[in-house]
Design a protein around this ligand. Structure first.
Ligand code: FAD
Ligand code: SIN
Length: 521
């Protein structure tokens, strides 16, 4: 362990991991482990941008109110306050590092996304914000003494006397296993979007950090809340590709297969309603019209606006035979973002001393039951900066939101499916189909119980993982299990969690579900 020791070990090289690395290197030695190449991550695909209250008609207070309103009663007010008040300072760091945000006449241009009351989204390269952030940060990291090990999969958090001592990892190319020691271990492993059949997420986003943290005894919070993006390209034979919410922000309209605008039938804010509402409305409309897609229409917008504001989307569709300035874009919802994760306080601290979480893998509580668009890149940097301060002893060790709103559970032992014989074989497509069909946009107790049974069967059959695909599969099964159990417990509908058997929001459930391995509290 001694030879492989660093002050900071960061798992993951998306915005959270790289930004933290760049701040931490000012304070000690830093090692970044990442399971693919440095830019294999969700960050690289971010389109819309990063929210920050910098317009003349805006304020952190207004941004806070929009964030909490989208969170549907479950946002942690302190976390949402920090997110919105410390935004400008952290975005200034990104600019200092060289992220080329779009400008007009020397001023940063801001766009609008759903459920934001004003234009406050900074973007780069039109709709290539994530690519610019990832390339800029990784280039900067390469120019420092930060050590980056690619193709290195973290497989276990090492503890000594209840504190973090290091991490075990697998070199995915050679198969060799290494142990690295550290003072502070930071999980920046992203979400769990590969849980679902239709997803906007990168292949690497398999819930590893959540599974590792849970196995080590960390608390996992709010994991029932998974966000489905309303508008993802639905073309036969083409992998899901995001059509940014900013397209609706610039005036894009949703139409059903008959060509009729339908969103005003469901909600007054129509296309600009919060993401969960738009996604569910699209599902209802697809059911009504017996079709697997609706259409996003930008043909009424000036073609030059479309091609210059959304060059990536325009080019991608063009490459697949679709000129979006002249024809409708076929879209349907797909899995996008995990609100829950490793419970972290406002300094990124988990309940395990020395273990921190940041970015999508963390649950700070800021997003509550539904994240406001473009608040995720922001959360990664705002709480990422605080993680570095937290490792220096700043802030309390208390983990996460106040206990008064929590509802802690140990993960229940689950009876395997009564239809063990009927459980499909355990593999990635089968987990993704199960989660899409039974733990997806619209849930019911019956289907959740069926999913829980199949997952319990799979858990029993799970072989000891030995390579990257088998570790990822095992992590996905554990995350699926946590999500399903939490969704079963939450007998209400709130934010992104909707149950047909409990369609209303219940004041009794204005509390979080927190899981911790084998610990009943
Ligand atoms: P990621 O960027 O996903 O990085 C995770 C890293 O962890 C990767 O490097 C991965 O390889 C590594 N890793 C994972 N497990 C292991 C392991 N076991 N061992 C080693 N390494 C591991 N949000 C916004 O705010 N604005 C947007 O416009 C926006 N657009 C989006 C568009 C798309 C298509 C998608 C998918 C998401 C979008 N989001 C957006 C969400 C946002 O991009 C992500 O939430 C954010 O980038 C997450 O950053 P992260 O650093 O936490 O994780
Ligand atoms: C988008 O561009 O629609 C994605 C924005 C986000 O997920 O925050």
């Amino acid at each position: 362990m001694k030879t492989n020791y660093c002050d900071y070990i960061i798992i993951g090289s998306g915005i959270a991991g790289l930004y933290i690395a760049l701040l931490a290197i000012e304070r000690g030695s830093v090692l970044v482990l990442t399971k693919g190449s440095i830019d294999d991550c969700n960050t690289r695909y971010a389109q819309g941008g990063i929210a920050v209250a910098m317009g003349r008609d805006d304020s952190p207070e207004l941004h806070f109110r929009d964030t909490v309103s989208a969170g549907d009663g479950l946002s942690d007010a302190e976390a949402a306050r920090i997110l919105t008040e410390e935004a400008a300072d952290c975005v200034a760091d990104l600019i200092r590092f060289g992220v080329p945000f779009d400008t007009l006449n020397g001023e940063i241009t801001l766009t609008r996304e759903a459920a934001h009351s004003v234009s406050r989204i900074m973007h780069a390269g039109g709709d290539a914000t994530g690519e610019h952030i990832e390339v800029t940060l990784s280039r900067r990291v390469r120019s420092t003494s930060i050590k980056v090990l690619e193709n290195c999969l973290a497989t276990e958090i090492l503890l000594r006397d209840g504190k973090v001592n290091g991490v075990k990892s697998l070199d995915c190319r050679t198969g060799s296993v290494e142990e690295y020691g550290c003072r502070s271990l930071i999980l920046a492993t992203g979400g769990a979007g590969r849980l679902f059949k239709y997803t906007t997420n990168s292949d690497v986003v398999t819930g590893d950090g959540i599974a590792l943290a849970f196995q080590a005894g960390a608390e996992i919070s709010d994991i029932e809340f998974f966000q489905f993006h309303p508008t993802v390209l639905r073309l036969p034979g083409v992998a899901p590709f995001l059509i940014s919410e900013a397209v609706r922000g610039e005036g894009g309209i949703l139409r059903n297969v008959e060509g009729r605008r339908f969103m005003p039938d469901y909600v007054a804010r129509a296309e600009m309603a919060p993401r969960d509402i738009v996604a569910r409305s699209i599902v209802y409309e697809m059911q009504k019209t017996r079709n697997d897609r609706v259409f996003l229409d930008v043909t009424h917008l000036p073609p030059r606006l479309v091609t210059t504001r959304f060059p990536q989307i325009y080019r991608f569709c063009q490459d697949h035979g679709l000129d979006i300035t002249r024809g409708l874009i076929p879209v349907a919802p797909a899995a996008h973002y995990l609100m829950g994760g490793v419970k972290a306080n406002s300094w990124g601290k988990t309940n395990i001393p020395g273990l921190f979480a940041a970015g999508e893998t963390a649950c700070t509580g800021a997003h509550g039951a539904n994240r406001l668009a473009s608040n995720s890149l922001l959360e990664s940097v705002v709480f990422g900066k605080r993680v570095v301060q937290g490792t220096e002893g700043v802030g309390s060790a208390e983990s996460g939101a106040p206990a008064a709103v929590e509802h802690p559970y140990s993960l229940p032992e689950h009876e395997p499916s009564r239809q063990v014989g009927a459980a499909p074989p355990l593999n990635l497509p089968n987990i993704q189909s199960l989660m899409w069909d039974k733990v997806g946009i619209i849930r019911s107790g019956k289907e959740l119980r069926e999913a829980a049974g199949v997952l319990a069967t799979w858990e029993r059959l799970m072989p000891e993982p030995s390579d990257r695909p088998s570790y990822e599969l095992s992590n996905l099964v554990l995350c699926a299990r946590l999500m399903t159990e939490a969704a079963l417990l939450r007998e209400e509908s709130r934010g992104a969690h909707f149950r047909t058997d409990f369609p209303r929001t219940s004041p009794e459930w204005q509390r979080r579900i927190v899981f911790r391995k084998n610990v009943a509290r």
